[in-house]
Design a protein around this ligand. Structure first.
Ligand code: SF4
Ligand code: SF4
Length: 416
């Protein structure tokens, strides 16, 4: 049985395409259902997590033409941006690049800025030129262009990080320093619903593949930085004006703000070989374990330790809350989602689990699992990927395909 993407797009247009999310597909297989390539057309895959390699390109009108010759420095809500490359000489506007990891302070950075813009909030743009400052409040709608790009995302089996030494280490992989030795692991990656995990040969995912980046339609540009055949990733872009706030944002680590992004990719089931790749499950996906100091893997667990039999969603129980004078759980929350009076704001919470370990009364709860390797059992203390959100993104992509609002594209080149 072989199909083409054109065949599948015709079925989408006719409303007859059969679409499963990756989790749904694997559940049906686990339940004993016999599924061949003739029975399913598309499987939607996704991932959501901290992704440092994210930046945005923007064009913003700041002042009337002639007000300044060329921007020398630019800030957006205090987040430093890089003016250019086009100088826009004398136009009163600025082209700029802003990194998702740029910081305006301890708790606000590029990732927060991107989400604020997508939420429709006004942000302050400030330009410095020839010793003078020009500023203006702008929204995303005011910008001529706002395009978000990733330099590497959707890594196939990423990393777990532990501290093998005795002294705590401040790191982007922890929210308040990673204690050692071997006291806890922080993990990244959504396991068997990750796009590249489901097309490991990159047979159908390639340059030009249409996807959802932060919930907005975008495309794959190629592989990203640090991509290897064994551990590939992608770089992608999309228009910020169509993104969804809940599918992106900022995340505060012990080294300051980081950026979260999400990716959902449809896998067209063209033949049985592609279908076989979709059978991968968490227990068959290695999770390399590295020391936080050099990030060189020295052992391997599997994604079953992180996502099978654990709780993808962290919950708050008001009746168990002791109303502590200072809430230790809220203090470590990397997204500001927890307020002991209000509970957990599910639009902000990324189910990282940091609050579970800190909560004195057990009001915050969820089983984060335990990594098993080399006769050790290391508790997971932080998840920097939110599988629950990635599952919702897979559902969203499935919905758009079934509603004929998302057609598949043929890759134009292989990812190498
Ligand atoms: S799981 Fe807890 S610490 Fe993590 S984002 Fe949600 S409320 Fe905050
Ligand atoms: S630490 Fe836990 S018990 Fe104490 S106020 Fe915070 S949520 Fe409530």
């Amino acid at each position: 049985m072989t199909k083409t993407i054109d065949d599948i797009n015709k079925k989408i247009a006719q409303g007859t395409a059969v679409v499963f999310t990756a989790a749904e597909f694997k559940r049906r297989i686990a339940d004993g259902e016999m599924i061949t390539a003739a029975d399913v057309d598309v499987v939607t895959t996704g991932t959501f997590g901290v992704m440092s390699g994210t930046f945005a390109v923007m064009h913003i009108l700041v002042a009337p033409p002639g007000s300044f010759r060329q921007a020398e420095n630019v800030w957006l809500n205090g987040v430093p941006a890089i003016p250019g490359p086009c100088p826009n000489e004398g136009l009163g506007s600025v082209d700029l690049i802003v990194y998702g990891t740029s910081q305006a302070g301890r708790t606000y950075g590029g990732g927060h800025l991107f989400r604020d813009l997508v939420e429709g909030k006004e942000v302050n743009v400030e330009v410095e030129s020839a010793g003078k400052r020009f500023s203006r409040m702008v929204t995303l709608a005011d910008m001529g262009l706002a395009r978000l790009m990733t330099t590497r995302s959707a890594f196939k089996n990423y990393l777990a990080v532990v501290n093998t030494g005795p002294d705590p280490v401040r790191t982007i992989f922890a929210v308040n320093g990673l204690a050692g030795p071997y006291t806890g692991a922080t993990v990244s990656g959504c396991g068997d619903i990750n796009p590249l995990q489901n097309d490991p040969g990159m047979n159908v995912i390639g340059v030009g593949t249409r996807l959802l980046l932060n919930g907005g339609v975008g495309y794959i540009m190629g592989t990203g930085t640090r991509s290897t055949p064994q551990k590939p990733n992608i770089s992608a872009f999309a228009d910020m004006k169509f993104m969804v706030p809940e599918m992106m944002g900022g995340f505060v680590t012990s080294l300051g703000p980081e950026c979260m992004t999400s990716v959902a990719i449809p896998v067209p089931v063209l033949d049985d070989a592609i279908l076989n790749s979709l059978l991968v499950t968490n227990d068959r996906i290695p999770l390399p374990v590295a020391d936080v100091r050099d990030r060189v893997p020295f052992a391997s667990a599997t994604y079953a330790d992180v996502w099978d039999g654990t709780d993808p969603v962290i919950t708050f129980s008001p009746e168990s809350c002791l109303r502590c004078k200072t809430c230790a759980a809220a203090a470590v929350c990397p997204t500001g989602a927890l307020d002991p009076e209000q509970g957990i704001d599910t639009l902000l919470c990324v189910n990282c689990g940091a609050c579970v370990r800190e909560c004195v009364g057990g009001a915050c709860s969820g089983n984060l699992g335990c990594l098993s390797f080399d006769n050790r059992n290391i508790p997971v203390i932080l998840r920097q990927s939110d599988r629950a959100r990635a599952l919702r993104l897979c559902e969203e992509l499935k919905k758009r395909i079934l509603e004929r609002r998302f057609m598949l594209t043929e890759k134009t080149e292989d990812l190498v």
